[in-house]
Design a protein around this ligand. Sequence first.
Ligand code: APR
Length: 252
Amino acid sequence: MDEHTLDAVAELVHSARRVAVFTGAGVSAESGIETFRQPQTGLWAQFDPMELAHVDALRRDPETVTRWYHWRFSKCADATPNPGHEAITRLQRVKREAGGDVQVITQNIDGLHHQAGAEDVIELHGSILRWRCQKTGTMRSIGDVDFSSFPPMSEAGGLLRPDIVLFGEMLPNDALEAAERAVMSCDVFLTVGTSAVVYPAAGYIELAISRGVPTVEINPDVTPMSGAVTHTLRGASGVVMPALLKQCGLLD
Ligand code: APR
């Protein structure tokens, strides 16, 4: 991570009144949750997303898909927020105390931003911690789902599925509207731990760039947006985010 760039980004974040933080699976990597597109280890290197994470797959084989999401939940059930999540929460707290704001827009379904204490998290792809009855639309916490048989069913006789956006499904309107408001009103836009290849989510990076506000990519690897953002901080979010707050004088 380049010290000069860290200094420049710290200056921007420190003076910004409203910050938008857009996160992807990379922000949870240091919590032990695998990302999707890492060669060899990524989820999509081990499983076919079209067979398991697509709405047609849920229709065709609800038992396999709900079993797989129960397994994915079991992989993140013990995960805890890492210093990257905690730094984002701290930034939000400090900015709100000073009359500003930090809006967290996440593609992640693991609930770790919430667990780290972040408020008003915009979950573009929903949450694996909530399951929904396909018949009545009622929601329940994953802890209230009976997984003694698959697919899990509700008392109303409807299939219970995770309250997440599968490939082939639309993102929730309220989340889309909230995310757009956050990007349109921010003074600085941070994109943290995303490969920036899945739309419409990745479009928020382009929207921020088109607004001309400073944009910062925090990622150990290059992404398709690396050449378009204002600054890149090459490193793990669990290292870069605390270093950024420390440089801003917000962490000792
Ligand atoms: N800190 C920051 N970034 C990291 C770290 C880390 N410790 N480890 C890996 N990364 C980066 C990777 O280099 C990659 O650029 O995080 C990014 C993760 O990219 P993906 O695995 O593609 O995850 P994401 O961008 O969130 O995927 C978007 O695609 O499959 C769908 O719905 C799924 O929400 C997901 C969406």
